[in-house]
Design a protein around this ligand. Structure first.
Ligand code: ADP
Ligand code: MG
Length: 527
């Protein structure tokens, strides 16, 4: 095990690290810091939340000459939030060694930035667009930069910053150290590295060493039409500190925020249409716990770093494995435990499989809490509150007055019954589970039988069909029931609780590449 002392860095930095509460280097730090101190170009690949900022921040602070007032290190980040966050972390690392650190990003007055630069700055953390503004105006001299860092390089490329980055690279001295950090390594990044880095060493911290143990990954099968209800039941059953709920689109974010607010959940939305002031307010509410869940798009969530995010919920499944990795990296940070929950509709099961394969992660299936379980939880919570109130002797003059009035007309137990009913009726009201009802299909007890309009004509065999359907609905092939295959059609039985999911997956869908038609079987068709 390495410790921070073994890097041979300045005492002032070690003191700052200890103030920050870091006890030992994270794996990427242990691997990267010695190489960076040696002056090598380096590519660091590790998931979000693995401590990449300090991996380059510590050597930068070590290497900066405090007497030279020119810009010596430049860090490029994709977003304003990230620039501020990285700058904050480097400032903390530099607090006992007088190093001047400045974030430079769009949205802030350029005049203010120009004045700050004139005071002298040694480490600049900036977003590409605003840096180019300064370069064009001649208000930021970068000719003495000795260390360049591309942070979250994959995000920068995704956001279309490649041309900007190349322009910035052109004004930097050839003689410099270049470091690149990224959670993923698509080919574009390799190309960038080959062009602008000198024999870079690649350091990869694999998933197993970081996120895997601290993030528990589960999925729930849900139907498109009762996704909101399913989510509420999940939220009710989770012990959440803070959570981020991801949706695919801005519209989706707004709709879900409204639906959850209406149901009394403490949530707010964040997406690209918000003004900076609105965004800051939402983020402050979130950090301080005034809202419990932040509902966001992938873009809006970039650069969000809030400690205490216990849950990441993919309300809409991520579009690609990389974004899955980015999303779930918002929880389980710095060794804390986190939970990643993905909702999967019938048509998204394939997507889930791709994500599992590419990220080599195991995402466990979970059953939605039933209505009974949800009710039991609410009642248990009510009873706990009542007990606390009794034990603390809580009371209020107006309440006592009301009790006296009731007592004049009713007995104690009658009163209690009435009070409890009023308090609990909403919590335990018959909720309706709007699952499908397939009626009598001629299946065995607990099963539903379906008719599918293809059979031996497309080469279906019992084993192939059982395997395919089991994959499609996320159960084991053994749970598929009786299968009868004819020349041009097939009957198959599946467990009742998987039936709606199968039906939605296959209606207007394909089986072994053939477009098919599926319907609940009619009982008399049974032989
Ligand atoms: P990344 O850039 O890899 O996504 P960050 O650098 O933002 O990750 O680090 C994630 C969190 O972990 C931050 O809050 C950071 O302060 C903390 N952290 C970094 N290194 C350590 C360490 N060695 N020990 C404990 N916490 C750390
Ligand atoms: Mg980072």
């Amino acid at each position: 095990m390495t410790d921070f002392q073994s890097f041979g860095i300045n005492e002032a930095i070690l003191r700052a690290i200890s103030d920050m509460g870091f006890e030992e280097p994270s794996p990427i730090q242990a691997a990267a810091i010695p190489k960076i101190l040696q002056g090598l170009d380096m590519i660091g690949q590790a998931q979000t939340g693995t401590g990449k900022t300090a991996a380059f921040g510590i050597p930068i602070v070590e290497k900066v000459d405090p007497k030279d007032m020119r810009v010596q290190a430049l860090v490029l980040t994709p977003t304003r939030e990230l620039a501020i966050q990285v700058s904050g972390e480097i400032r903390k690392l530099a607090q006992y060694k007088r190093v001047r650190v400045l974030p430079i990003y769009g949205g802030q007055s350029i005049g203010h930035q120009i004045r700050a630069v004139k005071q002298g700055v040694q480490v600049v953390i900036g977003t590409p667009g605003r840096l180019i503004d300064h370069i064009e105006r001649g208000t930021l001299a970068l000719t003495s930069v000795r260390i360049l860092v591309l942070d979250e390089a994959d995000e920068m490329l995704d956001m279309g910053f490649i041309d900007d980055i190349e322009r910035i690279l052109k004004v930097l001295p050839e003689e410099r150290q270049t470091l690149l950090f990224s959670a993923t390594m698509p080919p574009e990044i390799r190309r960038l590295a080959n062009r602008y880095m000198k024999n870079p060493e690649t350091i990869r911290v694999t998933k197993e060493e970081v996120a895997a143990p601290s993030i528990e990954q589960v999925y729930f099968k849900v139907l498109e039409r009762n996704k909101v209800d399913a989510l509420c039941r999940i939220l009710d059953a989770e012990e959440t500190e803070l959570g981020i709920i991801f949706c695919r689109t801005k519209k989706g974010v707004d709709e879900l925020a409204e639906a959850l607010q209406t149901r009394g959940y403490l949530v707010d939305a964040i997406h690209g249409d918000l003004s900076q002031a609105q965004r800051d307010k939402v983020m402050n509410d979130f950090r301080s716990g005034r809202i419990e869940y932040l509902i966001a798009t992938d873009v809006a969530a970039r650069g969000i770093d809030v400690s205490g995010v216990s849950h990441v919920i993919n309300y809409d499944i991520p579009q690609d494995p990389e974004s899955y990795v980015h999303r779930i990296g918002r929880t389980g940070r710095a060794g804390k435990r986190g939970r990643a929950i993905t909702l999967v509709t019938p048509r998204e099961m394939k997507q889930l499989r791709v994500i599992q394969q590419v990220t080599k992660s195991h995402i466990e299936p979970r059953e939605l809490p039933t209505i009974e379980e949800a009710n039991e939880r609410r009642i248990a919570q009510f009873m706990a509150e009542v007990r606390t109130a009794i034990e603390n002797g809580e009371s209020h003059p107006l309440i006592e007055e009301a009790l006296e009035k009731l007592r004049a007309d009713y007995g104690d137990f009658e009163m209690l019954q009435g009070l409890a009913y009023v308090a609990l009726k909403d919590a335990v009201m018959e909720e309706q589970d709007d699952a499908y009802s397939f009626g009598e299909t001629g299946a065995e007890d607990g099963m539903v039988r379906f008719f599918i309009n293809v059979g031996k004509n497309i080469g279906i065999t019992p084993n192939r069909l059982a395997d395919e359907l089991a994959q499609l609905i996320g159960i084991s092939a053994r749970e598929i029931g009786r299968i009868d295959i004819f020349d041009r059609f097939t009957f198959v039985e599946v467990p009742e609780n998987s039936a709606p999911f199968l039906y939605e997956a296959l209606k207007q869908g394909k089986l072994f590449g053939t477009r098919i038609y599926i319907e609940p079987a009619k009982p008399r068709a049974r032989r």
